[in-house]
Structure formats: structure tokens, C-alpha cells
Design a protein around this ligand. Structure first.
Ligand SMILES: Cc1cc2nc3c(=O)[nH]c(=O)nc-3n(C[C@H](O)[C@H](O)[C@H](O)COP(=O)(O)O)c2cc1C
Length: 195
């Protein structure tokens, strides 16, 4: 069973279909993502807003077919993410530039990478793909594996991308997670009107 309809957001107020349709999937089919489509998705990320237009993001990625490179990224994931990520079409390491052009710390880099990753995911959703952000990875191993200059770049979140497949393909507990409806705090819980 493809879990698409179970996972659609069920908001209190109507929101845009694209936002409603994005969710963090785990069951990916064997279908590859065309390099041109992936570049479109990365281009979308590049059009996110950022403080001072500093664009403090950097993406390191591999397609599933690039076995050695894909394996390298996969091996930096935590055991809770490795089983289902093995079927992702593309794995991405999203990083921040820690310092700006004048060498000063960029205090908004995390914010801006989050905006870029959200934009990336929405573009992927619009193209019929599914994605999943992850903090469950070994940062020290990632820095070592990709020879990252940790004074300049910091890996922040991994992203899995792919075409959706049946939830039944997954082992537990991932199958149950794939079939559990999503929920959110209400607007009154996350906001307060002044005046
Ligand atoms: C920064 C970040 C780190 C996350 N880390 C993981 C992770 O390591 N493993 C995982 O399965 N999901 C991870 N998630 C996915 C969240 O659990 C998911 O976004 C949240 O439950 C809301 O579900 P939705 O994305 O389907 O709306 C992460 C999400 C974000 C934004």
C-alpha cells in the first residue's frame, strides 16, 4: 500500500496543496532520479531567502547508482536511518558555511540552510518525489569521510530523496511509522496575537 493519502496533512485551515503533500517518506522505489531533475531541485534550494543573501549552504550528494559514493554517505548515517535509506535514489549531506565572506561567524546560517532544505523538499514534492531530512548521522565521521574543512563547513542534516514505494516493503518499526498519520500543534499553540 502506498501511504500517500494517509500522510496528507489534515490542517484546520486550507493550506496550499504542495505544502499539504510534503511528508517525510521512508519507502523508496528503485527508480532513479534524473541528474537534470536533481539539479532543478538544488536550483530551487538556491532560491531560498538568506540573511544578506549570503546563501550559506553547500550540498554533497550521490545517486544510488554511484555505488561507492552512495555507500560513503550511507555509512555516515545512524543505524536507525540506514535500513530505509539504503533504497533512497539520492542521499545528500547538507552543510552550512560557518563564516561569511569577511571571516565573521554567520549566526543565521542554520536558519538559512533550513529554509533552503524546505524549499528543496517542496520542489521535490512538486516533481512527484519524496524526501526525508535526518539529523541521525555521525558528524565526526562525515567530516572525516568527505575531508570537510570543519572551520569553514559544518554538516547539519542529511536528506534522502526518491520515488515513493509501498510501506509493506519496510521492516518494523519503519513500516508503522510510514503508515501513521501526521499531526501538528494547533495555530493557537504556536502563535500569540498581541494587541
Ligand atoms: C533537522 C531534522 C532532523 C530529522 N532527523 C530525522 C532522523 O534522523 N530520522 C528520521 O527518521 N526522521 C528525521 N526527521 C524527520 C522528522 O521526524 C519529521 O520531519 C517530523 O516527524 C514531521 O514529519 P513530516 O516531515 O512527515 O511532516 C528529521 C527532521 C528534521 C527537520
Amino acid at each position: 500500500m502506498i501511504s500517500e493519502t494517509i500522510k496528507l496533512a489534515n490542517p484546520e485551515r486550507p493550506i496550499h496543496d504542495l505544502i499539504r503533500s510534503r511528508w517525510s517518506a521512508r519507502s523508496f522505489s528503485e527508480k532513479a532520479i534524473a541528474q537534470s531533475d536533481l539539479e532543478t531541485i538544488l536550483e530551487a534550494a538556491s532560491w531560498a531567502f538568506s540573511a544578506n543573501n549570503s546563501q550559506p549552504w553547500h550540498y554533497i550528494y550521490a545517486h544510488h547508482a554511484d555505488t561507492e559514493a552512495f555507500q560513503k554517505i550511507w555509512s555516515c548515517l545512524m543505524p536507525g536511518n540506514q535500513p530505509w535509506c539504503a533504497n533512497a535514489a539520492v542521499l545528500i549531506v547538507s552543510c552550512i558555511h560557518k563564516v561569511n565572506e569577511s571571516g565573521k561567524p554567520n549566526n543565521w546560517a542554520m536558519h538559512d540552510l533550513g529554509a533552503a532544505n524546505a524549499t528543496l523538499m517542496l520542489q521535490a514534492t512538486a516533481m512527484g518525489l519524496h524526501g526525508h531530512p535526518m539529523a541521525g548521522f555521525d558528524k565526526a565521521k562525515t567530516i572525516e569521510t568527505f575531508n570537510i574543512n570543519a572551520d569553514i563547513l559544518e554538516p547539519v542534516a542529511f536528506l534522502a530523496l526518491g520515488y515513493l514505494d509501498e510501506a509493506e516493503k519496510l521492516e518494523e518499526p519503519f513500516k508503522t511509522r510510514e503508515l501513521t498519520p501526521r499531526s501538528r500543534k494547533g495555530v493557537s499553540e504556536i502563535s500569540e496575537r498581541l494587541g
